[in-house]
Design a protein around this ligand. Structure first.
Ligand code: NOJ
Length: 567
């Protein structure tokens, strides 16, 4: 045990680490078919290691019909031929290990694909025991069992063909039927599969949509929300049911991750203050959970993209700070700026004139020293912006198409709806990683599965490699600084405290351990700002033109950022 100026915590191997998310479809294509693959990842392991990160999370690589880009798994123990083979994966594990990288996989266990043999059997044979592995429920008077709405639009219930008044449940697309976690035999099968991957050498998992496994099996639905068609978003159930999840999740951990000391990061939305402590911390169900607080202040309880506010730096800061303060006493969260479900942070949170390398570096500085395990999403380290899609047909994501039509129904013109998709779509972060300024940014020699970013001249890894002032090299410097033995214990375990007096367009906080205090600040306003520190304070790292510390007065020009030790 160590006293950390917060709660006492048991030290774990993953404390202090930095993770990097790979969206395999868009990372690196090795065979010219336009889709990224495992050999492409192997080729780029040296690049990933050069960032200084420790853990790689690879989004789903399993056999799938790709209705939701692999978040619809048809065989959990086979690699999709689109990505390669199990041998490729084993090689990736070995090579990653040689470079000191831990690999975690995406565990999609709230639902599978409708092509999974268990579901096919369940659908085709009413007497099959597999039917109990899913939710098959009778409707009422020719209507579905309840009024809940799927995350991708429409009812969560799909009618079973050839059967009278019977429906199956899918919280996401109809091709993603939900598993019935209350069935012990189903749970056993899931545990076996997880242990099979752990035996193969994966260090843990990112766990998809896990809060959706808890259900109100009376299926009475919820009062209609603002969508206006009598339905209510399925997500609205989570806050009511979250406290019941540990009943299932403690067993999951005890049978799989716990005994192997695996690292787990859960996609767990909607956790109220009363339950979050059960999810993270020494005895938590998971090692950590992503901090979606900022994101939730945009999408929670809003009927669609058309009602989302534009992100602002204040929104990002306030969301993160509120969770940071709570996590001091509870455990480790996983802060993020981007992932494959969100637009690029530079475009979303910054004002148009700030969407450049300076802005990306300032965001990076204040992101990398938050308390917890930061997850960097591929391309974030290059300061990638959201690309511009020219027509709705260029979007691949099923949710984007649903949101587009929703926006039209809401009265937006096609141009307005397209503009909205260019702000919020999940595809904005899914365009190919940009490796160089060649065709398709060096991602593929073929035709990329989704249109590439239009701006590859600066936003490419090769150009940034050679530029000491690039966003890429700034990320490397930040990660190196986190590891500086003088401040590393403070960065990992130190208490978080907000520095509030600086105004709405400034992110500023301190981290405290027994012997070290650091202050991290970035100025997103258009005016110079000044902070009074102690006279012996020292700048450890800065970005932008104009981060100066003289006689204890720290001056930050617009878009400048810095990390300071306070003596
Ligand atoms: C969350 C994943 O991040 C997202 O991409 C996916 O569509 C849903 N879960 C369903 O698996």
């Amino acid at each position: 045990m160590t006293e950390v100026g917060t709660a006492p915590v048991v030290k774990r191997w993953w404390h202090g680490m930095v993770a990097y998310q790979i969206y395999p479809r868009s990372f690196k294509d090795s065979n010219g078919d336009g889709v990224g693959d495992l050999r492409g990842i192997i080729e780029k392991l040296g690049y990933i290691a050069s960032l200084g990160v420790d853990i790689i999370w690879i989004s789903p690589i399993f056999v799938s019909p790709f209705i939701d880009n692999g978040y619809d798994v048809a065989d959990y123990r086979k690699i999709s031929p689109v990505y390669g083979t199990l041998e490729d994966f084993d090689e990736l594990l070995v090579k990653a290990k040689e470079l000191g990288l831990y690999v975690i996989l995406d565990l999609v266990i709230n639902h599978c694909s409708d092509q999974h043999p268990l579901f096919r059997k369940a659908l085709s044979d009413p007497q099959a025991p597999e039917r109990e592995f899913f939710y098959f429920v009778k409707g009422h008077n020719d209507a579905p069992p309840d009024n809940l709405r799927s995350y991708f639009g429409g009812s969560v219930w799909e009618r079973v063909p050839g059967e009278d008044n019977l429906y199956y449940l899918h919280t996401y697309a109809k091709e993603q039927p939900d598993f019935n976690w209350y069935n012990p035999r189903l749970r056993e099968r899931i545990y076996e599969m997880i242990n099979w991957w752990l035996d193969r050498g994966v260090a843990g998992f990112r766990i998809d949509a896990i809060m959706n496994i808890v259900k109100d099996t009376s299926f009475k639905g919820l009062p209609p929300d603002e969508q206006g068609d009598g339905s209510c978003a399925a997500a609205a159930l989570i806050p009511h049911l979250a406290y019941t999840a540990p009943m299932l999740l403690d067993e999951l951990k005890a049978r799989t991750f716990g005994p192997r000391d695996a690292f787990t990061v859960a996609e767990a939305f909607g956790l109220g203050d009363d339950v979050i402590g059960r999810f993270i911390g020494d005895d938590g169900c998971f090692s950590t959970v992503f901090d979606f607080t900022a994101r939730q202040s945009i999408d929670q309880d809003r009927p669609g993209y058309y009602a989302y506010p534009q992100g602002t730096i204040k929104l990002y800061r306030d969301g993160n700070f509120s969770m940071q303060k709570k996590s001091n006493a509870l455990g480790f969260v996983a802060p993020l700026l981007e992932n494959h479900d969100e637009p690029r942070a530079v475009s979303f949170y910054l004002k148009p004139h700030q969407r450049n390398a300076q802005g990306a570096k300032a965001l990076a500085t204040v992101f990398m020293f938050l308390r917890g395990i930061p997850f960097i999403y591929q391309g974030q380290e290059l300061g990638m912006t959201s690309p511009k899609f020219e027509s709705i047909d260029e979007f691949d994501d099923l949710q984007t198409h649903d949101e587009y039509h929703k926006a039209l129904r809401h009265g937006l013109t096609p141009q307005e709806a397209l503009a909205l998709m260019n702000v919020h779509s999940r595809d904005l972060s899914r365009t190919p990683m940009i490796w160089d300024d060649g065709p398709a940014g060096g991602f593929t020699t073929g035709t990329p599965w989704i249109r590439p970013h239009q701006d590859i001249a600066i936003l490419n890894a090769r150009a940034q490699e050679c530029d000491p002032a690039s966003v890429l090299n700034h990320y490397r410097a930040l990660i190196r600084l986190r590891r500086d033995p003088q401040i590393a214990p403070c960065v990992t375990y130190g208490r978080f405290e907000e520095v509030a007096e600086a105004g709405d367009e400034v992110i500023c906080y301190r981290r405290f351990s027994e012997s070290v205090t650091i202050e991290v600040a970035a100025n997103f306003s258009d005016e110079e700002i000044k902070f009074r520190l102690t006279p012996d304070s020292q700048v450890l790292l800065s970005s932008g033109d104009g981060a100066n510390l003289n006689d204890g007065i720290l001056t930050l020009a617009p878009l400048a950022s810095c990390v300071v030790t306070i003596k």
